[in-house]
Design a protein around this ligand. Sequence first.
Ligand code: 3PG
Length: 388
Amino acid sequence: MIKFIDEVKIKNKTVLLRVDFNVSLNPNLTIADDVRIRQSLPTIEYLLKDNNKIIIIAHLNNPKKRDHTDSLIRVKSRLAEYLHTKKITFVEDFLKNPHTQNLKPGEILLFENIRFYPGEKKNDPEFAKQLSVLGDVYVNDAFGVSHRKDASLVGLPKFLPSYGGLLLKKEITMLSMLMKNPKKPFVAIIGGKKITTKIKFIDKLETKADFLLLGGGLANTFVAAEGHGLGNSFMKKEDVVVAKHILSLARKEHTRFVLPKDAVVAKGLDSKISEVKKINEIDKKDHILDIGPETQAEFGKIIEEAGTIVWNGPVGYIENPVFKRGTDFLYYSITENTKAISIVGGGDTLAAIAKKEYLDKITHISTGGGAMLEFIENGTLPAIEALK
Ligand code: 3PG
């Protein structure tokens, strides 16, 4: 059994706290979306109340070597804005100088990107040990990266008393409830580009959800599987067979699979000019880049009636605002249904939030992209198992 920090007494200790600060950045490297930082604040504040010292371990991107572009220094500034009464020291290289000797109760050390060290991704036990000697207990609050078998996630808990943080607890509780006991009708919305990363997720939801609404690049494959031409749209031929299989399974499970009936198309991704077309009228030169108004209306009606909604992946090419309307509309519809339990996850889905007030109207914003998918598929994750 996992023990969470609110079920034990952690007092006067140095806590090694693994969080997921893998925030999305703007091209000029400023933080585009800090949901993950904000979601980790309750655990940090909770631990600081009891005279503990905290050493935060986190990663940013997937660097192969030390590089300023991937430095967590920008995260330190944002964290300091939220925790302005707390002293936070940034530690460039904990192997050279961990700065632990001067750390006082109520203070925080933020270690530089843990992926700057090769031992992290290799899950090197020696590296995990070097980290472990710096603290008395280990806390994992990094749900978003708990599907990785890295040293700071699965290696470190072997050396120290280990607990789950408040965000980890919330994610596990909400996502388990979603799968065990969803309020009906249960509506799953799946967008994004690649079908391959979401096949198991779709498979799993097929046995649970009443409606599966598909959009984005991956919906194209299903549209092709139904025999329609896609023009120049994104699609992987080899996935059509998989899509056909999923569709036939859905028929057996009585899940209603809802594919786009119309689309917003353009001649290229950067295009400012777009056109709405029925899905059976796509031209050779067209790129399908968003769901159309008829699809929006159909999705909207299903969402309006939903008891539970889970959503992962935008339904359009949101990098170009011309093709973001479908995704904006989904946010609007989900937040209008105040009776439903709604769970939204995935980095791109969160980055697409147009209005901050939507955040407060969604029951649970999952900090996991891949982790949320894998948790729903398997009911657990490697770093969660490591806490047991
Ligand atoms: C994420 O952004 O999904 C997590 O932080 C995991 O990052 P990774 O995919 O680089 O392991």
